[in-house]
Design a binder for this molecule. Structure first.
Ligand code: 5GP
Ligand code: ZN
Length: 115
């Protein structure tokens, strides 16, 4: 499993930097965004360091599917029963700030950022 010691999300996955984790398994971790843009704002990341969605390979197909399924499970568990947004920012023009693949899960009662 690739681990980049300079990557903040790899360090969160390794437990080297604290985060409010809401899910952990062999492949995925989810935690609360440090600057929430919605009442529920979670980030789902793979343990493996994949820099962006555009770097994902065919062997990551199931992993990407698991991220989407986990988004629904966590949204429900965190009270976003009335709907939520999933967002993956990719690359500079995609507004990506942290270069470790992550899926935003944003929900909760409106109004909040519409994007
Ligand atoms: P991006 O623009 O790359 O899609 O979003 C990165 C997200 O990661 C931002 O929403 C930001 O608030 C969040 N973030 C950045 N650093 C940390 C951190 O150290 N801990 C947590 N929990 N979230 C972070
Ligand atoms: Zn990483």
């Amino acid at each position: 499993m690739s681990h980049d010691p300079n990557c903040i999300f790899c360090r969160i996955a390794a437990g080297e930097i604290p985060a409010q984790k809401v899910h952990e398994d062999d492949e995925l971790i989810a935690f609360k965004d440090i600057r929430p843009a919605a009442p529920v704002h979670l980030l789902i990341i793979p343990r493996e360091h994949i820099a962006t969605l555009a770097d994902a390979e065919p062997r990551h197909q199931a992993l990407l599917g698991r991220m989407a399924l986990l988004a629904t499970k966590l949204a429900r568990e965190h009270g976003a029963d009335n709907g939520f947004r999933t967002v993956i920012n990719t690359g500079p023009d995609g507004g990506q700030e942290v270069y470790h693949l992550h899926m935003h899960v944003m929900g909760g009662p409106r109004p909040w950022k519409q994007g």
